[in-house]
Design a protein. Structure first.
Length: 532
């Protein structure tokens, strides 16, 4: 941002922005770029991972001046560590990544023990590429695999939107893998990204239901049972194009917007949507809507490039604030909800009336979800349902519905706890079980390249079908990449209260980086130590 002295003196602006109709105006002060990038004091305790596979723990924070890090810290290598906390002078271009250090989660000894073998084992060509090209880097949450008797297959991603401890909500994922004959049901939970994962709760739920029915996770954390799903009579997008063949079946065809819709954001707020025509009997009380969806990588660009990278090294302070300042985190979450997910609306008396919100699914794998929509007593047998969302933020593979006219099916829901737990190196770790059993302040903390194997003993119910669900809760923090620290940010710097500028920057960054992201993202999983 090129500002002369007079312009800089006047560069204090009032930004009026209502979040969910209740947040007041905020004062925003613009700082000179050189003040941000050349003289910065970071108060968050920080782990700095260096390119020589060592790590420095700056427990009291550090300062940055002229592309050099100054601070007092203890340095760790694979298998050894400095005995004392010493003054450090580190060039920024030798830093691979940084992450702030949560004092209530991992003390000095725990930090040292988790570090041993961490970066030495995972500093492969892929992880180096990920550090040098953060936009390409795989991530967004823990990945979950089930075992089919021969191989582990990717099934789910847990709490993909929980970038703050204040965002934690229970997440339900429907697993395709059935219970094997011996009842032994293993899953693998992996950290394949430059992130730290904090897993609060993790368990399997067995849901037994009548033969011939299907069960899906509902948008409110419960279950919705269906027996006779059917396709909509029509599905038309915001450009008036019929897309029914793309969403009629769960297959290799799906609907997503195109870049022309994203370009329209330059003209102002714009949404894409699917208008669905549903035929329902007059006695219908509600409609059960089932979706199979997945996010594109737009959320990843928003978080990596627009929010974090634009702040440079100060993204460390921002990440800490998101996990310590509940009011600020709530404001960010409200802004995020105005952009994310799907809003379901019914056409009533000439207007579209909001009925429900369906959350984001994450970019790594498909998610099944369902929502129940109440119907007016005077509906006329045909409904128009609109699924509205941010342009090119979602891929929708399957849309189906069922009309509810009678009593609900009986479900038997049971929680299963692991009978065995093994870590990355195959060591039995059953002491982990209490960390993931309850919703509390205890977490299973995982770092890049780590994985845990959980084994459950399951038994199906006679004369019923059983569907397995993964129930999880937690959050994750992104590692700040070395390139973000050494590359001068653009004129844009993320500000929560300047939403128009954020959307403009997202539009520009997505149009510039979409092709690269989609080509490289899934190639850059951090290798698991067990596979090295």
């Amino acid at each position: 941002m090129n500002l002369n002295n007079q312009q800089f003196k006047l560069a204090v602006v009032m930004v009026a922005f209502l979040l969910s109709g209740c947040f007041p105006s905020k004062k925003v002060t613009l700082l000179k770029r050189e003040e941000i990038t050349k003289v910065t004091h970071i108060t968050a305790p920080t782990k700095a991972f260096l390119l020589d596979a060592s790590c420095i723990l700056f427990q009291g924070g550090f300062s940055v001046k002229n592309d050099t890090v100054f601070g007092r810290g203890r340095r760790y290598w694979v298998g050894r560590a400095d005995e004392q906390v010493l003054p450090r002078v580190i060039p920024l271009d030798s830093v691979a990544a940084m992450t702030y250090y949560e004092l209530n989660s991992s003390g000095g000894n725990k930090f040292a023990s988790f570090l041993l073998g961490l970066f030495g084992a995972t500093m492969t060509p892929l992880s180096i590429y990920c550090i040098s090209c953060p936009k390409c880097c795989f991530g967004s949450c823990p990945t979950v695999y089930t075992h089919d008797g021969q191989n582990y297959e990717l099934e789910a991603e847990m709490f993909s939107y929980s970038i703050s401890k204040f965002f934690q909500e229970k997440d339900l994922d429907r697993l395709a893998q059935k219970i094997p004959q011996d009842g032994r049901y293993p899953i693998r939970v992996s950290n394949e990204a430059l992130e730290t994962h904090y897993i609060n709760q993790l368990s399997l739920l067995t849901v037994s239901h009548p033969i011939g029915t299907q069960v899906f996770p509902s948008n409110d954390g419960g279950f919705i049972t269906t027996r006779n799903l059917q396709a909509p009579a029509a599905a038309v997008n915001s450009l008036g194009k019929s897309v029914l063949p793309l969403v009629r079946n769960p297959d290799d065809l799906w609907y997503r917007g195109d870049t022309s819709m994203v370009k329209r954001l330059a003209e102002g707020v714009y949404s894409d949507w699917l208008d669905l025509k549903l035929t329902v009997p007059e006695n219908a009380a509600n409609v059960k809507l089932v979706l199979r969806l997945r996010n594109t990588l737009m959320n990843t660009i928003l978080f990596y490039d627009v929010v974090l990278a634009s702040q440079g090294i100060d993204a460390l302070e921002w990440t800490e604030r998101m996990n310590t300042d509940q009011a600020y985190a709530a404001q960010f979450y409200a802004a995020y909800l105005s952009y994310a997910g799907i809003t379901a609306k019914l056409y009533r008396n000439g207007v579209w009336v909001e009925q429900a919100r369906i959350g984001d699914a994450g970019p790594i794998t498909w998610k099944n979800t369902a929502v129940e929509l109440p119907l007016d007593a005077n509906h006329e047998g045909e409904l128009l349902l609109r699924l509205q969302f941010f342009p090119d933020n979602l891929m929708i593979d399957y849309v189906a519905f069922e009309v509810a006219t009678g009593a609900e099916e009986t479900l038997l829901v049971e929680q299963a706890l692991p009978v065995e737990i093994h870590d990355t190196l195959g060591k039995t770790r059953n002491e982990i079980a209490p960390l993931i059993q309850h919703d509390d302040d205890q977490f299973l903390i995982t770092n890049p390249g780590e994985s845990y194997h959980f084994v459950y003993d399951l038994a199906p119910k006679a004369k019923m079908e059983t569907t397995i669900f993964l129930q999880s809760k937690g959050y994750y923090t992104e590692w700040i990449r070395g390139e973000w620290l050494t590359t001068s940010p653009s004129n844009y710097r993320f500000n929560l209260f300047e939403v128009d500028k954020t959307i403009s920057q997202l539009r520009q960054s997505w149009l510039e980086n979409r092709e690269l992201m989609e080509k490289e993202f899934f190639k850059t999983r951090i290798p698991l130590k067990e596979d090295l």
